[in-house]
Design a binder for this molecule. Sequence first.
Ligand code: C2E
Ligand code: MG
Ligand code: MG
Length: 723
Amino acid sequence: MPDWTDRCATAPAAAEEGGRILVIEDDPLFARSLAELLGKAGYETMHAGTGGDALRRLSSEPFDLALVDLSLPDISGQAVIEGARQGGCDLPLIVVSGETQIDAAIAALRLGAADYVRKPIEPAILLHSIRKSLKQYRIERQHRDFLRRIEASERLHRFLVERSPDLIFTLDGDGNIEFVNDRLESLLGLDRDAFAGQHFSAIAHLPDLERARYAFSRRSLAEKQVHSVELRLRSRLHPGGFRHFETVVAPVTGQDHAGTPADAAATDAGGYYGVARDITERREAEAWAAFHANHDALTGLPNHTLFRDRLGLSLIQARRNREGLAVLFLNLNRFKPVNDLLGQAKGDELLRQIPGRVQPCLRGGDTLARFGGDEFLLLLTQIASRDEVLAVLNRIVEELRHPFALGDRQVPVSVSAGIALYPDSGETPDALIRHANIALYQGKLNGSQAHTFFVEEMRSSTAYKLHIEDELRNAAERGEFDVYYQPQVGVEDRRIRGVEALVRWRHPTRGLLCPGEFLAVAEEAGMISTISEWVLDKACEHLAAWEAKGIAPPRLSINVSPQFLERQDFIDRFIAVAGRHDVNLERLEIEITENLFIRDPLLIVEKLKQLSEAGIRVAIDDFGTQYSSLSYLQTLPVHTLKIDKSFVSTIGREHKQNAIVQAIISIAHSLGLDLIAEGVETEDQAGFLAQQGCGVIQGFLVGRPIPFPALEDMLKAQYYQAA
Ligand code: C2E
Ligand code: MG
Ligand code: MG
């Protein structure tokens, strides 16, 4: 057995990386001495004595390299090399053979051996060959791994780009499309190849073309780092012919690029990448909601709210141009029997056909709206005389006279109209609508099937009062009233100091009505006390519920109408209702207005005193807007002044009003009264009020009127948070 010890010691340092080597050698002594040599050089060795054994181990165990003797007892070394390669083994295989076998060694090299080391072994040569082969092998392996990783990463990127729900694209410096993912086809039905090289605006929906051209122009792209623009893009697949996209574009920089520095330099020359997210569903949902908030679901006509808005705008214009306009309240005669006899579905069908008949009779600036049930509102602009109104109305009447086909029935329709003219019969949208409505009912009472113009005397007409009374009475019986609450909060800490109860009417056809739309009529019809008492009862019920849960607001204010307060039994009824719910009377505050004192000051003073003695507080609502007398403030049991929103809204804008607010605040301070500012809508207003010493504010800035459950959530949040 050769002794290599000394030579080994002088051999270059052991392989830094080590490794597992399979020694394929039939001579056990030679194999052992090789093992010793390699062991000293830092390698781990295994031994295979036959070719078969070697192939088996190579295919099942991890090695870094194999030394192959060419003459083996079973198969030749070449066969081992060939078998190993065919089996997918890519290890470096170094042939170790005697000089006599030089041809065989060359053949082995051809078969894929990494090197050839001649026997007798020269340790330094062997170790050098091993190190060199291992190093080479490891470099190749790393390179292969690297390529594999790049390929996988590219596949992943391609997958992400193609599968992304967004449109992903790159543009050159002029905004021309260089690349766009498959979404162009699947989302928009546009051919990728057809758009390659075209300017991005080529895929924009026509009305957005100019905007797209500008947004993706060289100048505009170069202006900012990141651009975002909302655009409609052409779509062959969407019924409207376009979809909405939120598009973000940013320049490609060297860091974004996974390629070589040369690639990066190329893209630095001015390329952009972009992502366009499809927001069609969101935009369509918003459009749907906006449409339905302003339109009647059955007929698609504008609803009462939109009608009021349009009327408001038309009034501004009419005022400016000194023109007249007309509001017509239309009611279909004998609609109820149609509904009753033919069924509601046929009734709906009839209503749906109304716009088709009426609209052709109108001009561009006119508006037909559905008020509810069988009632419609019509706005006619630029009206110079009653005859002009009647001319339009007659056309409509004629159109409706042609029978409507409802299933196998032919139903003619006639219509009654109440008409209010601007400026004679009212100057605000509410007044004009109300007066047209009054005229309609007055006409009906007089047996008119056609039209009635509003005249001032009708305001007190019994017919209209009876109609409203009817509706209001039904409202109470059907439980259509509701109480909303608006928080009053500390101006500094924004914690709830009190809440104001505000009545709402869920009208079956007109939707949620605010007091402005029915309280004046209710008052005229003598219904206000009933409503006030209902509100008091409901608010006390809610207060009791909050008290039971330990989340009651410190104060609950209730608006009391003069009619209710002036009732002889007001105090008894008030205390009885509150007592029924067993609420803490000291939490209650009533809000009254100043003009109450003009009527019967002594009686009012007496009542307020009684309330006050029971622990109930009194606030003067809308302070400063009506009859103001400081004397009653000194003598009356008043606890709170509410600064009217008309003063608050002009804070900072009109100097005189600022002075009024300051005066009210100083009066309240000098009389030791609490203060609440109403209608606070901006932080500036809140800041001014805080600075002047008004501690509590109420208004849209800190909370709109909300229903009972929503206020309860607010109270819980405040109290539980504090706990
Ligand atoms: P109010 O007592 O002065 O109530 C404040 C009104 O201002 C409420 O109108 C409220 O929604 C509105 N408001 C609150 N914050 C703001 C704001 O920041 N900006 C603007 N522009 N307005 C704001 P609402 O609920 O329509 O009530 C109108 C009036 O109807 C009340 O004026 C009150 O006099 C009367 N009212 C309401 N509920 C009742 C009730 O139950 N009984 C009686 N008798 N009258 C009531
Ligand atoms: Mg009030
Ligand atoms: Mg008020």
